[in-house]
Design a protein around this ligand. Sequence first.
Ligand SMILES: [Zn+2]
Length: 394
Amino acid sequence: MIKISADLVLPMDRPPIRDGVITLDEEGKILKIGSRDNEAPNTIKHYRGVLLPGWVNAHCHLELSHMRGVIPTGTGLIPFIKSVVSQRHFEEDIITRAISQQDTYMQSEGIVAVGDISNLEVTAEVKEKSPIRYHTFVECFDLLQDGEEADRQSEGAQALLDRFNAPEKNKVSIVPHASYSVSATLFRYIRENNPIDATISMHNQETPDEDRFFIDGKGGFPGFYRDIGVSIDAFQPTGKTSLESVLPHLSPEMRTLLVHNTCTRRSDIRQAQAHFKSVYWATCPNANLYIENRLPDYRLFTEEGANLCIGTDSLSSNWQLSVLEEVKTILRYNSYLDWQEVLKWATYNGAKALGMDGELGSLTPGKSPGIIHLDLDISAPNPIDTLCHHGRVV
Ligand SMILES: [Zn+2]
């Protein structure tokens, strides 16, 4: 039996406990959460600062791990996408080595679960062996080409789904890339061909061009399609935002994870919350700063009672795959946010978004969520600013 305590224990599914004590078995399963008053002091290891559950990285592209520093910052989304597509091809051993290194790095950071976008099967082996639990999102896009291209995409996705199906610790689903790259036919395939307990993820409103495209057919996307030689003559603007336009294509029954949301409006949040039984909003602030040099308006989400969670995106648009670094960025630019609430986004909400909250995401007896220590001064006005050390202790 292991007993550990801290100045502040954050269980996440219930209020914080000052001088809380966590009792675990040798495998890291939580047996009891309580207060120091009821324990003999010499049986407990005490930590300065905070203990909380392991991080959940709700949005990553592990297969792009070899692309650190390849694409310049601040280009905007459309040039960024073109760069990834044209520059992602490296020798296979460079790619596989980078994937393995970044999986190890995420473990060392205390990340216990990852929602990971896959266009290829190159991450499958690492995901099978890693102690991290992966929810793989097999991503499809047919560049709005109904018909043969939609069929080809759905067949390819099905083959990848099978490749990522094992082992049992992991999950997999087929998901749309984004509103502007998936046809109605492909959306229907995705609606009808997923495990009921899986999460559907979609990149959402990452650039103002996305809404422009749907509202009046202008912005950067018509030029993007022209440049890559794909006809979008059949595309009709809807007069609505991109999210409003594609909501009818997304199943209200499936747990849904919308990613980025940099340009999402209050009306979008309300409509999505009314549409889905369960919807989560992943923010990847460092990637937003890397690509578009802007951040979502978090106030809209907190005021609407939205479930926010945190992703790192890939190393093609970030400097590291660390959920803690994302937390620091959010708080640095949004000092009005409650730091404990942001830590909840980084743990509990992410676990729920991936459907892994039965095991992970909160300090609850019966779960094995991993325990993170943040060595900081809980009495400081901005405790995260005083962080001097962090690490996984269980
Ligand atoms: Zn992404």
